[in-house]
Design a protein around this ligand. Structure first.
Ligand SMILES: NC(=O)c1ccc[n+]([C@@H]2O[C@H](COP(=O)([O-])OP(=O)(O)OC[C@H]3O[C@@H](n4cnc5c(N)ncnc54)[C@H](OP(=O)(O)O)[C@@H]3O)[C@@H](O)[C@H]2O)c1
Length: 250
């Protein structure tokens, strides 16, 4: 470990986007704390000298706070958090399944809220730091056959923008990360052709660049997805509903 090495905590780090981001930060010589439920995968990743495993389930709020305190004790300080944990069960999304909606909200929304709560006092007292949250542009507006996932991401988008103001007063930066389609275990369940599909390395590079070299509130990629979803965001209901019904609602 080098002196003044920067430190990051990444959740959802056992696979997909979170894993690729953890490996990217390690390559950039950050000290990286990784969390997710699958302990064995985290241990394997922690063979990398810059990566340290802190397993936890984001739906357990006490464990989340305990995990953060453990990281702080071992690392001494923390500069950045990337909250990337998330779940999506495509089959259960098609109907209106209350249990599925509850699970998805507990992981994708409340799980992230618990993570932010765990780091809140630390960053606000220090009057420095950076919290970033991996949400999704699908949360901008409603979509068919997605009873829980898009609602959880809509909540997360709104929450992230809200805490942006609350943390700004304490000089703590908050960033919303909005990936387009990235090839991971989560999207491998999709049976439709995903437009502008990218790999996790692409996502990790974009996220690293946005967090470290840029200042904007939202990191959205790839550009084609950013363009389409930004248009979707401002269309009147009549036009948006017509387009989604015609091209997506099959
Ligand atoms: N892939 C895409 O196209 C895409 C697009 C937009 C947004 N996103 C978002 O990006 C994030 C990462 O997704 P991904 O595509 O990389 O999927 P992924 O490969 O399935 O990764 C999901 C991660 O979340 C962790 N996780 C799930 N439930 C958890 C829980 N209860 N407690 C702690 N960790 C939990 C998983 O680890 P364990 O199973 O080991 O706990 C895993 O590390 C998600 O928030 C997703 O909604 C993905």
């Amino acid at each position: 470990m080098t002196e003044n090495q920067k430190k990051v905590w990444i959740t959802g780090a056992s696979s997909g986007i979170g894993k690729a981001v953890a490996e990217k930060f390690s390559r950039e010589n950050w000290k990286v704390a990784i969390s997710a439920r699958r302990e064995e995968i985290l241990k394997e990743m922690a063979k990398d000298q810059n990566i340290f495993a802190f397993p936890m389930d984001v739906t357990d709020q006490n464990k989340t706070e305990e995990t953060f305190n453990k990281i702080l004790k071992e690392f001494g300080n923390l500069d950045l958090c990337i909250f990337s944990s998330g779940t999506y069960e495509r089959k259960s999304e098609k109907g209106l399944n209350v249990n599925n909606v509850k699970t998805v909200m507990e992981v994708n929304f409340l799980g992230v809220v618990s993570c932010v709560k765990a780091v809140q006092d630390y960053f606000q007292n220090k009057r420095a730091g950076h919290i970033s949250i991996v949400s999704s542009p699908v949360g901008y507006r409603g979509l068919p056959k997605s009873s829980g996932y898009t609602a959880s991401k809509a909540s997360l988008n709104n929450f992230t923008q809200g805490i942006y103001f609350d943390f700004k007063k304490f000089n703590v930066r908050v960033t919303l990360i909005s990936p387009g389609f990235i090839k991971t275990a989560l999207t491998d369940k999709n049976e439709f052709k995903m437009p502008f599909l990218k790999d996790t390395k692409y996502a990790a590079d974009k996220i690293y660049d946005g967090l470290i070299n840029k200042k904007s509130f939202e990191i959205i990629f790839p550009p084609q997805i950013a363009f389409i979803y930004k248009i979707f965001q401002i269309l009147p209901n009549k036009v948006y509903n017509f387009l989604i019904n015609k091209f997506v609602n099959r």
